[in-house]
Design a protein around this ligand. Structure first.
Ligand code: ATP
Ligand code: MG
Ligand code: FE
Length: 357
């Protein structure tokens, strides 16, 4: 099976061809083209939906052509077209999904509408051949979730954020400290020279019986600390970043530990349970090391797909299309499927079985 994937839900314009030759061989990413719009949004300190949509329109055709050319596969040799249909910024979703519909209709191929979060959820099967069930921690600019992944179309969100997404918190802290956008990598860089115990920032939700995340209180504490000692020296900024990162890692570990226990209880016989991390924040070394340690402690395998496949990309969308085709859960008549800016992963569970063409 060969599937062309298209991703335009946020600030990456991406296309990819993924192939699965037969069930016993590992899948192959034949091409994976990504154009990041980071520079176009940098001046605004965040993603501007209108700019994003326009940039997708301008770039997408060329990105798809490049993905096909790189793969050595022609459109005629592709078995289906899979596109992100949500959740995300509706302008970008319209561009990607409509383009996919046009291509699929013109080439007489099935069209598969993919949930972006399902792409993240299934990536570890593409990269590591992971077997169901497993736990996913998704930490990005728009999402902070723990999801139990038990099969294609069988997802349960165990935890989500009640306020800011974690990547968003990194970006806002960076902005307060006048560090450049995107904030995450710059906070991490500054933290490398800082003292993580200079500021005793709160660990939101730590020990709470409720499974969710929260980051806005921590963000406020950082703002208050920064205001209290302004003007900030480079060392102050470094210490704030290091202390913020330590608080985040600690709070995350508490929430994840809770989910690991629940997974153990739900699957007592599971030989090698695994935690998968995805999303841009998963690139953070301090967070990664904390989670790795936690997993080792709790007897979980820690799976971190390569960074380029953890952040938004189209290979994960093509792969989700392949998984859906294999599971018989592809809505292969998705031509009337409208983009959904809000589309929780749990709601994907209903099998999308199309009438076929
Ligand atoms: P979505 O949430 O829809 O997946 P997104 O574009 O916001 O979309 P990603 O591209 O996966 O998500 O991740 C971007 C986020 O990751 C940004 O908020 C960025 O600050 C954060 N990030 C990237 N690198 C790091 C890092 N080293 N440490 C902490 N945060 C980071
Ligand atoms: Mg992004
Ligand atoms: Fe994403």
């Amino acid at each position: 099976i060969r599937v062309l994937g298209i991703e335009t839900s946020c600030d990456e314009t991406a296309a990819s061809v993924v192939a699965l030759d037969d069930a016993s061989a590992p899948p192959r990413i034949l091409s994976n083209v990504i154009l990041s719009q980071v520079e176009e949004h940098a001046a605004f300190g965040g993603v501007v939906p209108e700019i994003a949509a326009r940039a997708h329109v301008e770039a997408l055709d060329g990105i798809i052509e490049a993905a096909l050319a790189d793969s050595g596969v022609t459109l005629a040799e592709v078995d289906a077209v899979a596109a992100t249909a949500g959740p995300g910024l509706v302008g970008g979703l319209i561009v990607g999904l409509m383009t996919a519909k046009a291509i699929a209709a013109a080439a007489n191929k099935p069209l598969i509408a993919v949930n972006h979060l399902e792409g993240h959820a299934l990536t570890a099967r593409l990269t590591d051949g992971l077997a169901f069930p497993y736990l996913l921690l998704l930490v990005s600019g728009g999402h902070t979730q723990i999801v139990r992944v038990a099969g294609v179309g069988d997802y349960r969100r165990w935890a989500t954020t009640i306020d800011d997404a974690l990547g968003e918190a990194f970006d806002k802290v960076a902005k307060m400290l006048a560090l450049p956008y995107p904030g995450g990598p710059n906070v991490e860089k500054a933290a490398a020279n800082g003292n993580p115990s200079r500021f005793a920032f709160p660990r939101p939700m730590k020990g709470s019986a409720q499974p969710d995340f929260s980051f806005s209180g921590l963000k406020t504490a950082v703002r208050q600390a920064a205001t209290a000692i302004a003007p900030l020296s480079d060392q102050d900024v470094a210490d704030i970043c290091a202390s913020f990162q330590a608080a985040v890692a600690d709070a995350l570990a508490d929430r994840v530990a809770r989910a690991l226990h629940r997974f153990r209880a739900d699957y007592p016989g599971k030989a090698e349970p695994a935690l998968v991390v995805a999303g841009g924040v998963a690139a953070n070394r301090a967070i990664r090391e904390t989670l790795e340690r936690l997993c080792a402690e709790k007897g979980f395998r820690f799976v971190a797909p390569p960074h380029s496949l953890c952040t938004d990309n189209a290979a994960m969308i093509a792969w989700a299309g392949i998984e859906r085709l294999n599971a018989g859960k592809a809505d292969i008549d998705a031509f009337d499927f409208a983009p959904r800016s809000r589309w929780p992963l749990d709601e994907v569970s209903a099998p999308l079985i199309g009438s076929g063409r």
